[in-house]
Design a protein around this ligand. Structure first.
Ligand SMILES: CC(C)(COP(=O)(O)OP(=O)(O)OC[C@H]1O[C@@H](n2cnc3c(N)ncnc32)[C@H](O)[C@@H]1OP(=O)(O)O)[C@@H](O)C(=O)NCCC(=O)NCCS
Length: 409
């Protein structure tokens, strides 16, 4: 979904190039566009004052004309941009067909609390079969925030609702919502990278985002993530190449709203010590990991991250920071033998990388005897013992002769 603000912004043409690239990779795209600012502008031009009730615009017949004009113009604008095929543009020979139609069936919001919302509607149904057919033919489908009803009337619907309902109905892999300045930050101003629908619900219950665009966008992401769409992303279009970064880099650049799995990845607590010991014992026996006593683990438990599955610790890793050198040692990386090859090792690593970044570290290093290739696959590069911080060099066990690997953050 592209917010209405984005459609008037300078980044739209580049964004269309990115969408064209995804289409050329065979990714099936349904595009939903917003139209709020454009509708407001048309209403203002016609001297029509909008009335809002419960944050919803009441659309009377005169206002509906402005809605239709604004949405119609946006559809054509998008069609135009997708037709671009100039030799000196990234869309040379792209020949993408953007298909719009009466795919959204709407129903009136009706009379609520004494207010007749008239032509303001809700999504009643999405014509999934027709959309699938178009996607199957390699076309990009465009949905607008207007829906027709079986009575032949038109209704102004919320674009976020169209996007989340369509994503759920189509069984989409992802819902991606892009907006101008759509950035969720924690109280320290850091980007919130991941939220469960429950955590998102708590944010929405607060007054931070009340009655603004983020409120609607986060609600839509939350709705989709709670109803079978595995991943819903909120992306700030201000970030250059946001869409490509979000899809093709491990950490992405936006906020991911995703269902809580029954496996949880989290910082370890003192009650996890027993589980971690059980997990690493066989690896200590065969010499893959250095021995750690229960006492040592208890003292250092806050350095560990674990994946817990049904009360059992199935993966762990630890981060030992060297703040002066702005680096950190990654240690005790282990995944239970029954749960390997499920990217859990990579997940724990990603978690500790985020933790390291939050602590202001610029790199991570690891000492390994048997797992060099795995760390290389995770972006680590071979280095010499001299790359270690001084304090760590003096503890280096020459007999064990571990290899040193470093990854910049
Ligand atoms: C290394 C380890 C943490 C990876 O966990 P994981 O959850 O299976 O990791 P991922 O799913 O992210 O990656 C799996 C891939 O890494 C490969 N891999 C696993 N161990 C490897 C090793 N020692 N060397 C090279 N590749 C290895 C697997 O073959 C698999 O590749 P494939 O899917 O192409 O077959 C896990 O295998 C483990 O616990 N090993 C024993 C403990 C250990 O060596 N720890 C490091 C001590 S420094």
């Amino acid at each position: 979904m592209l917010s209405g603000e984005l459609l008037d912004g300078p980044r739209l043409p580049t964004l269309i190039h990115d969408l064209a690239l995804l289409n050329s990779l065979g990714i099936k795209l349904v595009l939903v566009h917003g139209a709020r600012p454009q509708i407001s502008a048309r209403l203002a031009e016609s001297d029509i004052e909008s009335t809002f009730e419960q944050h919803m615009r009441i659309t009377d017949s005169a206002a509906l004309d402005s809605v239709v004009a604004a949405v119609g113009a946006l559809r054509l604008k998008l069609e135009g941009l997708f037709s671009m095929g100039l030799a000196n543009s990234p869309m040379h020979n792209a020949s993408i067909r953007l298909i719009s139609g009466n795919f959204v069936v709407a129903k009136p919001v009706g009379v609520r609390g004494g207010f007749d919302y008239q032509h303001t509607g809700e999504v009643r149904r999405i014509d999934v079969d027709a959309i699938r057919q178009q996607l199957g033919n390699g076309n990009v489908v465009l949905l607008s925030p207007v829906g027709g009803s079986p009575t032949g009337e038109l209704f102004n619907v919320n674009a976020e609702e169209v996007a989340s309902t369509a994503a759920i109905a189509l069984g989409a892999d992802k819902l991606i919502i892009m907006g101008e300045h759509l950035r969720l930050a924690d109280p320290q101003g850091h980007l919130v990278r991941e939220l469960s629908p429950q955590q998102a619900g708590k944010l929405l219950a607060g007054d931070q985002y009340e009655n603004n665009g983020v409120d609607r966008q986060l609600t839509a992401a939350c709705h989709a993530a709670s109803n079978g769409v595995a991943r819903a992303h909120l992306l700030d279009a201000q970030v250059d190449g946001a869409l490509i970064k979000e899809l093709f880099t491990r950490d992405g650049c936006g906020t991911l709203v995703t269902r809580e799995t029954y496996e949880t990845l989290r910082g370890a607590r003192i009650e996890d010590v027993g589980g971690i010991l059980e997990l690493i014992e066989p690896l200590e026996e065969d010499g893959t990991l250095v021995r750690r006593s229960r006492e040592l683990l208890e003292n250092e438990i806050q350095r560990f991250a674990i994946i817990e599955r049904d009360g059992m610790v199935i993966a762990c890793a630890a981060l030992y920071p060297f703040p002066e050198e702005k680096t950190g040692e990654l240690a005790c990386v282990a995944v239970h033998s029954s749960y390997r090859k499920g990217e859990r090792g990579a997940q724990v690593l990603g978690y500790l990388e985020r933790r390291a970044r939050e602590q202001g570290l610029h790199s991570l290093f690891v000492l390994t005897t048997l797992t060099a290739h795995w760390f290389q696959q995770q972006g680590f590069e071979a280095a010499g013992v001299e790359a270690l911080p001084g304090a760590r060099q003096s503890l280096y066990n020459w007999q064990r002769n571990s290899k040193v690997f470093v990854k910049g953050l």
